[in-house]
Design a protein around this ligand. Structure first.
Ligand code: ADP
Ligand code: MG
Length: 697
């Protein structure tokens, strides 16, 4: 139960009208407390202005200047350019996605203040898609006096500016709010975890002063952040524990298949299973033959063949007249699995369907109905399967692919989909090795299987590191690969965290490759394409019609095109190690095919980024990579921390914050010993309405 003051609706805050409220609700903000716990993903220093002459390419700055020229540029792709000067030099602001009104606002003579990463194009300084404000000299805005928090706003229409103001208003209320903090704060003190109160931590986190070390705070190493991380981790431990206890009391369906049936089914695969795959399947079969609900985590490096393990398990489920779901983090992946499953189950009378967010209504309704009637045996889908309308007659098994992409809460969400009141067995698959410390705590409730062997004939992917200046050499390799009948992924990574820039980079790369090669078919996939366009591009690449697929990180997880043998990653220095490893795993998936991964870096790079690229060169082993990753991340470089753990976590990152687990356990102990049910308060705070899913199981 939320106490009265916590109930205070976000609509009561100044600046929150019905429309804004709706947007806030979309990201789970219903009460003031929820807004306070929308924690910044990073900070920018906008407390000072940098003269244009002092701007350094590759870094982010706040700048200001008078607009000297402004125009929309044709031909080719429409873009916008404004030239500004502050008397010390000139700077170009470039926009590639803009409205007429936006372009029109850049009136010559007005001033603009912006913040963004500076790039150099020859002697020209440019900023792409900065955040900016246009003003008359008489109305010059004051500078921020604290570091500026940047929030994750998902796909809402909220702007950073508005969100900051709303949160500022909420912070004004903090003194009057009952966050039930006294008791919890006192446990933090008693257990010697932190002396900072939750209110002070929140005030700090939303408004860090200029004196706070921006590097430390962007690395989540600030005391206030650690105070909250410990609390969130503890909440997760509690949630997992409660849910496990409940689940273990429930009964699942016993599922068995005969040796003969299994053998016949496996003949549908165009290969023999590896020993590791067979062992894992055996472990799963033994689990699901029992009434005790299975909860098993399958760890296997990229390319180790986890999908067939899922398929065999789901086959057994279907043979026992129960339904099963395969949950995937992206549509691309769900569609790929769907195609494979159709092939593998071709000879059976098992009915398979695909459910993603973009299905036409009629089709979707039919799937809902068939699921409820029990006419669909196997459902493959994305987050769309969480919809309330998805109800299954007899759900017996849940498989979560790339489980690190899903939050702890979601691990428990799906089990509620069945109307038969039987607890489904659960199987989680991941390529991200989980550091031992974490495996022992957060995942304590899961059994694990390891697929520690790659299918035969795989050659390790050879990894090369190039400076961007040598891009021309890479094109020769690319042409050679295509000439030999193989295919190439060319990946453009994010430049700062802007989707627009991502898309822009991909567009440019495609043009560049076109200009520098002959007679190749080049495809392009990015987030701005419609689903149809994207499907077409991906299908064309899969079928071999396209030689080179230029793409953004939409292809990161799971994409399987065995004929691809070269992966080029631009701005590789910006990616974390595990992400690089995932991406590299897209090639080298065919026996006896030499595969390469070319990592391109831009300009001068830091020590840690260098170490990451070196690590990629030195090993292909996911477990080794994750160990190195832990070490490097521990030493904290801003760029390394952009990866996040489960998407449900607000501030913690399971691998970055592993060292705080001990403290989280201490907190749990303290909470257990308290007279009141304080855990409930934490679940309320961190999981909000969603906690019911865990508690009610
Ligand atoms: P991941 O573990 O990364 O999910 P996938 O399941 O996508 O790996 O499998 C990677 C590739 O290896 C696919 O093309 C798959 O068909 C193939 N594969 C899986 N198991 C075997 C096997 N035992 N022998 C040969 N190829 C296999
Ligand atoms: Mg996979």
């Amino acid at each position: 139960m939320k106490s009265e003051s916590l109930q205070k609706n976000i609509a009561e805050i100044k600046g929150v009208g019905p429309k804004v409220k709706e947007e806030l609700n979309k990201i789970g903000i219903n009460y003031i407390q929820d807004a306070l716990f929308l924690l910044p993903k990073k900070y920018e220093n906008r407390t000072k202005l940098t003269s244009i002459k002092d701007l350094v390419p590759g870094e982010a700055f706040q700048f200001e200047g008078e607009i000297l020229e402004s125009k929309t540029i044709f031909p080719g792709r429409r873009s916008f350019m404004a030239r500004i000067s502050d008397g010390t030099g000139f700077l170009q602001i470039r926009l590639f996605y803009f409205s007429y009104a936006q372009a029109n606002a850049f009136k010559v003579g007005l001033h603009v203040r912006g913040y963004g990463v500076v790039r150099s194009n020859g002697s020209l300084l440019q900023v792409f898609h900065p955040s900016y404000k246009i003003f008359e000299t008489s109305k010059r805005p004051i500078l921020d006096d604290t570091l500026t928090p940047i929030y994750s706003l998902g796909s809402t229409n909220l702007t950073q500016f508005r969100t900051r103001n709303i949160i500022k208003e909420c912070l004004k209320e903090i003194e009057y709010l009952n966050l039930n903090e006294k008791e919890i704060d006192s446990i933090f003190r008693k257990q010697k975890i932190s002396s900072l109160s939750v209110k002070d931590a929140l005030l700090k986190i939303h408004n860090p002063s200029v004196d706070d070390d921006i590097i430390k705070i962007n690395n989540y190493k600030h005391e206030a952040q650690e105070r909250l991380i410990v609390e969130e981790l503890a909440t997760n431990l509690i949630g997992v524990k409660i849910a496990s206890e409940k689940i273990n009391k429930l009964r699942a369906q016993e599922m068995k298949a005969s040796e003969e049936e299994l053998k016949t089914f496996k003949e549908n695969f165009p290969f023999n299973l590896t020993n590791a795959q067979s062992r894992t399947i055996k472990e799963i079969s033994e689990d699901i033959a029992l009434k005790k609900p299975m909860r098993r985590l399958v760890q296997g490096d990229v390319g180790s063949g986890k999908t067939v393990v899922a398929a065999v398990s789901m086959f057994i489920a279907a043979k026992n007249n129960t339904q099963s779901v395969l949950l995937c983090p992206t549509e691309v992946l769900a569609e790929q699995h769907f195609k494979n499953f159709l092939e593998w189950f071709k000879k059976s009378n098992i009915k398979i369907e695909l459910l993603t967010g973009k299905l036409p209504n009629a089709k979707r309704k039919r799937i809902y109905q068939d699921l409820e009637n029990g006419d669909i045996d196997i459902l493959i889908g994305t987050h769309a399967v969480f919809q309330d309308k998805v109800v299954m007659k007899n759900l017996g098994l849940i498989v979560v692919d790339e489980q690190q992409r899903f939050g702890v809460k979601q691990r428990f969400d799906l089990v509620k989909k069945s109307t038969n009141r039987i607890m489904p067995h659960q199987l989680f698959m991941t390529a991200t090795p989980i550091p031992r410390t974490l495996a022992m705590t957060i995942f304590a409730d899961l059994e694990t299987s390891k697929i520690d062997e790659l299918p035969p004939g795989r050659k390790p992917v050879e990894t090369l590191v190039y400076n961007e200046k040598k891009k021309n050499e890479i094109v020769k390799r690319l042409e050679a690969v295509c000439k030999a009948g193989n295919q190439v992924f060319w990946l453009c990574t994010m430049i700062e965290e802007s989707e627009n820039l991502d898309v822009q980079a991909a567009d440019e790369a495609k043009e560049w490759i076109k200009e520098n090669t002959h007679g190749l078919n080049i495809g392009l996939v990015h987030s701005k394409l419609s689903k149809d366009q994207r499907d077409k591009e991906i299908e064309s690449f899969r079928s071999g019609k396209t030689n080179v697929l230029v793409c953004t990180t939409v292809i990161e997880v799971g994409m399987d095109v065995p004929n691809a043998s070269l992966m080029v990653i631009e701005n590789a220095e910006r990616l974390g190690l595990s992400q690089l490893h995932q991406l590299r795993g897209r090639v080298g998936r065919k026996a006896d095919l030499e595969a390469y991964c070319v990592l391109i870096y831009h300009g001068e790079i830091g020590e840690i980024a260098k170490a990451r690229l070196e690590a990629m060169k030195s090993t292909n082993d996911g477990f080794e990579i994750s160990e190195i990753d832990m070490k490097l991340r521990g030493s904290g470089e801003i760029l390394g921390t952009k990866q996040s753990g489960g998407i449900e976590l607000k501030i913690s990152d399971l691998s970055r914050d592993a060292h705080l687990i001990n403290k989280a356990e201490k907190l749990v102990k303290g909470l257990d010993n308290a007279d009141q049910n304080l855990s409930r308060i934490l679940l309320d705070r961190w999981l909000g309405d969603k906690q019911n899913l865990i508690i009610a199981q």
